[in-house]
Ligand binder design. Structure first.
Ligand code: BTN
Length: 236
């Protein structure tokens, strides 16, 4: 179902699919060995080497615009399921994958929306075989190789992710939110106290809608995707 296109270098796989989404078929996966301007959420950079995996999937779902952020949780659940075959990992809502308190993968989902959804680009960066990181990331980032102590095949990981995503995404399109259970089970933030917009809150859970359930001033509230930045874990 997925058609993989490999590039030696691209500015950004997300950018490439966004710029070319009209001429490229749904379920095309663009992989870049190197990105020159890889992007993360909130205008951050995504820095990786050719030892790591950076790819984006082009989707053209017929869903409500408000559901686009859930796709971030669908791919997050897929990543976590695959990484779990090697080592325990958690999902830091809404879209970081954590091993032993360090970030191993990030997700950037972008919608191209006019009157309706034209396309959704699902970008994933996973530190696979890198063993050193820029100084400001050393205490926050890890790779599969660092955690497992051995080289991992990027191709195998990509194939496993696409196969997991294939089934969870189809479930999601059919209104079956299997991915939510995976996210809930591996919720890194559960029972943690964190800062949201400089306010200390306690995370209780993730609910059936994929929203974060928190306790703020002893009142239970829901946080919607993308509404907040969680800050006390690693300056995110
Ligand atoms: C984050 O952690 O803030 C999200 C990082 C997402 C990085 C991936 S790498 C492939 C794709 N292309 C990009 O420019 N970004 C995403």
């Amino acid at each position: 179902m997925y058609k993989i296109i490999d590039f030696k270098t691209l500015p950004s796989t997300n950018q490439y699919l966004k710029e070319n989404h009209t001429s490229i078929e749904e379920y095309t996966v663009v992989v870049a060995e190197k990105q020159t301007t890889g992007r993360g959420r909130i205008s951050r950079k995504w820095i990786s080497t050719s030892d790591d995996l950076t790819f984006s999937i082009l989707l053209k779902p017929q869903i409500e615009t408000s559901k686009i952020p859930l796709i971030s949780l669908v791919i997050g659940a897929s990543l976590c399921k695959v990484i779990h075959k090697y080592i325990k990992c958690d999902i830091k809502w809404p879209n970081d994958i954590i091993i032993n308190n360090k970030k191993v993968a990030g997700i950037l989902v972008e919608g191209i929306v006019s009157n309706e959804i034209e396309a959704v680009v699902v970008g994933v960066g996973i530190n696979i075989n890198s063993t050193s990181f820029p100084n400001d990331l050393i205490i926050k980032a890890t790779s599969l190789k660092n955690e497992l102590g051995k080289d991992i095949s990027k191709e195998e990981i990509l194939n496993e992710i696409l196969s997991e995503f294939d089934s969870l995404y189809i479930d999601f399109l059919n209104g079956n939110n299997t991915f939510i259970n995976i996210i809930k089970k591996n919720n890194y933030l559960k029972n943690k106290e964190v800062y949201i917009n400089n306010k200390k809150i306690k995370v209780l859970d993730i609910n059936e809608l994929g929203n974060l359930v928190i306790l703020e001033d002893n009142i239970e509230k829901e946080i919607y995707y993308g509404e907040v930045t969680l800050t006390n874990i690693y300056n995110n």
